[in-house]
Design a protein around this ligand. Structure first.
Ligand code: ADP
Length: 267
């Protein structure tokens, strides 16, 4: 009876199955931990502005604010409310992108539009021009020749513009006074459509370049907060790119700043 498996030892043919189950369990545990971390971050990020809002509102309500301070407090309340609105909007976008990845829900998002990358880039740059000007940053949109306006990708126009907006917004936000942002649309050597956002800003340390795509990750928390960042923008970029079969890469710009490059699949 030597062939009989020892007690507590799985029969040989079950080993691969058990390994697979073990791996699945680990992945589910990791997802649960990630979800807990995400919920904790969301609660914290919503609570912080709420505390400021209710604190100042209470001071004004009880009539204990000095008259010369009231206007400033109202301004702070407004800023924090705006921050909460941005955060809620971004959370909704992320959740819509999560749903879109689920085949059962993906019908909700029209992914069959022909989107001109050049037109999208121009429209995003047009909308962000005032915020670039406020920070003394110049904004360029480049296309090597006229033909480029025909670089089309299949997908959802709104999501692609949202992706570009987040990249350009960051390139302005993490720039320096007198710096520049260049959005370019082209094809790579194989002919795949691509879009690049290059800035001359503060740059990202090489060891953190992969981490910036994680939800709520900030290289410099104070700079991010000060400029209205939520830590969700690049998570949205990565998700939106994935949904279009595209890949996002980040590298350092020469002599300073960062370049974010999105490469779409060949048509
Ligand atoms: P945030 O809302 O904080 O900007 P993001 O997800 O858009 O969140 O970006 C994550 C972090 O990556 C930012 O906090 C910032 O530290 C860094 N980052 C993003 N884009 C740039 C850039 N163009 N230059 C330098 N740092 C950047």
């Amino acid at each position: 009876d030597l062939d009989r498996p020892l007690e507590n030892e799985a029969p040989q043919e079950l080993v691969p199955l058990l390994d697979r189950l073990e791996a699945q369990k680990k992945s589910i545990d990791a997802q649960a931990a990630e979800r807990r971390r995400f919920t904790a971050n969301v609660s914290h990020e919503l609570k912080t502005p709420l505390t400021v809002i209710s604190g100042y509102a209470e001071i004004i309500d009880r009539g204990i604010a000095r008259p010369e301070d009231v206007q400033r407090f109202v301004g702070l309340i407004h800023d924090e409310a705006q921050r909460m609105k941005t955060l809620v909007d971004e959370l909704l976008t992320l959740s819509r992108l999560d749903d879109a990845q689920d085949p059962a829900e993906s019908m909700a998002l029209d992914m069959c539009q022909d989107v001109s990358l050049f037109k999208a880039a121009r429209s995003v740059a047009g909308r962000l021009e005032p915020s670039a000007a406020r920070r003394c940053v110049t904004l360029h949109v480049n296309a090597p020749d006229d033909e480029v306006s025909d670089i089309l990708v299949k997908g959802n126009a709104r999501m692609l513009e949202e992706m570009m907006r987040n990249l350009v917004e960051n390139a302005i936000r993490y720039n320096v006074e007198g710096g520049s942002v260049t959005v370019s649309v082209s094809r790579d050597r194989r002919g795949a459509p691509m879009m690049r956002v290059a800035d001359t800003g503060v740059g990202i340390p090489p060891n953190l370049r992969e981490k910036v795509f994680e939800r709520f990750f900030c290289v410099d928390e104070s700079r991010s907060k000060e400029t209205g960042g939520t830590g969700l923008g690049l998570a949205i970029v990565k998700h939106a790119a994935q949904l279009h079969g595209a890949t996002v890469r980040v590298y350092g710009n020469d002599p300073r700043g960062s370049v974010f490059e999105v490469t779409f699949p060949l048509a």
